[in-house]
Design a protein around this ligand. Structure first.
Ligand code: CTP
Length: 224
């Protein structure tokens, strides 16, 4: 069955790298595995898939248009250029901050001590796309990576971002989710004004991807 045949699906994955100078950057521990698994599952369900990924050590999945970017701002531009889509899934661990002015040369140690790094906030790609007037995808799905108060923090994020569903996952070091092969997720959606929390058992990232794509197919699929 190819329930997503004829549907265009956009997925973001991986970390972003925010340059400090030509040799250093701000990053995080995201491996991109969950986003890549979702892209492969959506493709298997018949969708036309666009995957916008930060720097990861994963090969391009077959049959998928892959765009590799470095920074949050590059990722936002590629995402905007990929619209319109039927479904957008934001699995990337986007860096929240970048340095205000990137050094054109390597920062050097000086007698004055450590150079101060002035940080500015990156654009929020999920919130930007969720709030579009034109071209807002009919189904926008975010992730909530939390290390404490998982459901409470995910609910607050859900209210803030303006997306239709949020996949909450615990990324504290003890879970091994960041970089690992398994994930335990909770799918938050809305029923009227209430938020419904659907807690899934621990699964491989491929199984989470398949389950999420089945839910998506029930929502927007053609059933063909
Ligand atoms: N996200 C995004 N652009 C950003 C930050 C986050 O698109 N600049 C998206 C992520 O892809 C994810 C969701 O927003 O779908 C939540 O990301 P997360 O890192 O869990 O939360 P933040 O929004 O960064 O909030 P906080 O750092 O307070 O947890």
């Amino acid at each position: 069955p190819r329930p997503l045949a004829g549907k265009r699906v956009l997925i973001t994955a991986g970390p972003t790298h925010e340059a400090i100078d030509p040799v250093r950057y701000i990053a995080n521990r995201s491996s991109g595995k969950q986003g890549f698994a979702i892209a492969a599952a959506a493709r298997a369900a018949g969708a036309e898939v666009v995957l916008v990924t930060g720097p990861v050590e994963l090969d391009d999945p077959q049959g998928i248009s892959v765009m590799r970017v470095e920074s949050a701002r590059d990722m936002l531009h590629r995402v905007e250029a990929a619209l319109p889509v039927d479904v957008a899934i934001f699995a990337a661990a986007v860096a929240d901050w970048r340095v205000a002015s990137e050094g054109s040369q390597k920062l050097k140690k000086t007698a004055a001590g450590m150079p101060p790094l002035q940080l500015v906030e990156n654009p929020d790609i999920l919130a930007t796309i969720s709030k579009l007037k034109e071209k807002r995808p009919p189904l926008v799905i975010g992730f909530a990576a939390e290390t404490e108060h998982l459901i409470e923090n995910a609910k607050a994020k859900f209210a803030r971002k303006g997306c239709d569903w949020i996949v909450a996952n615990d990324v504290s070091p003890a879970t091994g989710v960041m970089g690992g092969d398994r994930n335990t997720v909770h799918l938050l959606s809305r029923e009227g004004k209430d938020v419904t929390v659907d807690s899934w058992p621990v699964m491989t990232k491929e199984e989470v991807a398949t389950a999420l794509v089945s839910r998506i197919a029930r929502e927007v699929g053609t059933g063909s």
